[in-house]
Design a protein around this ligand. Sequence first.
Ligand code: HAM
Length: 417
Amino acid sequence: MAKKFQTIRGMNDLLPTDAPYWQLLESACRSVARQYAYQEIRFPILESTGLFKRTVGEQTDIVEKEMYTFDDRNGDSLSMRPEGTAGCVRAALQAGLLYNQRQRLWYMGPMFRHERPQKGRYRQFHQFGMEAFGFANPAVEVEQLLAVKTIFAELDLLDKVSLQINSLGSAASRQSYREALVTYLSQYKADLDEDSLRRLGSNPLRILDSKNLALADIIQAAPAMIDYLDTESEAHFEQLCQLLDAVGLQYQVNPAIVRGLDYYCHTVYEWVTNDLGAQGTVCAGGRYNGLVEQLGGKPSSAVGFAMGLERLVLLLQAQQTCQHNVDIYIVAVESAQARALQVSSQLRSELPGLIVQLDSSGASLKSQFKSAAKAAARYAVIIAEDELQNDTLTVKNLTTSEQQQGQSIEQVIALLK
Ligand code: HAM
């Protein structure tokens, strides 16, 4: 027998039993984005490697260790997108969408990071993200947080998640914090790992999101960014907290949130759950005012977030059952094939909300009924020899086994409506 191929480690197939959970989640994201007046944008999976180096940051784990990078046939270095913000800004700039304009954009799709796979962490995973450009006021952070809350509420997940926020301040306040952090960390040079030692001189903030557990205590006791905010940064953060209070969004200030990407300033946040073990962050984001300019645009305020869809599907599956339930199952003798096709088409066009499955197996009526039960169908519409000859239909409620014979198609439609 020929060798069978397998998925690549950390990249999953989405099988029919899981699809209904994804559909539920994706449609909640789409409908909330629409309600909040965000417009969809799609951009390629492959981009120039330089785009991610310049935005996510050369010395982040994502860029240093996790990107799928290769030279294409022309010798250009390309990378599979590890996240959506960089591509979103690149695309919006390229199309002139950010030129003296405000924009609210959303996207959904696969992202790729070569991380060590475990529950909730994959090498191909999916994000839904919202990004807003041109809004300096923290009201836009709060509006996005309300959108996230609405999505969680629609999925009945609100009691599973909580919001943690922090501020990384302006570039100027990060500079004074950086000095304090380097002074602090320099005392522990002997304990730092190779990555951290290298980053101490160039990008010390990245040491704070090190995944090395041996450094946890040192990081825990480090000075906190929130104590180094300048007046402007403090005002932004205070206003944010006031607005969150005003709309009744509950949060905790967590000075340990520094995010693993370089582009953030001021607000950063994570929605976390206790139900997924180590991979408990289901949504994360914040403000990134410098990024548009860094990519060659005019300076523009920017705020956004991305949700990890696999993690939300895991939460959904733990608490509810979603099935692909057939509403009407058409059972027909072989000689009634043409009639069965006509009847099913008419049912689908008159009852567009219902799932109509035609048996089409050519098997005995008995075995067609077994298939109807397996599909968990609610009703069977039967066309046996009698029905074929009299030009009628029989409808059977498969839950109660009640049956009505001699029906016209109009009667069947009225009954199933
Ligand atoms: P991030 O924190 O790197 O931020 O990713 C956002 C979310 O994607 C995470 O909270 C998590 O739920 C999910 N995620 C990340 N990596 C994996 C993985 N390997 N497997 C499964 N899920 C994962 C960003 O990507 C930023 N672009 C968010 C943003 C948008 N900031 C501003 N705008």
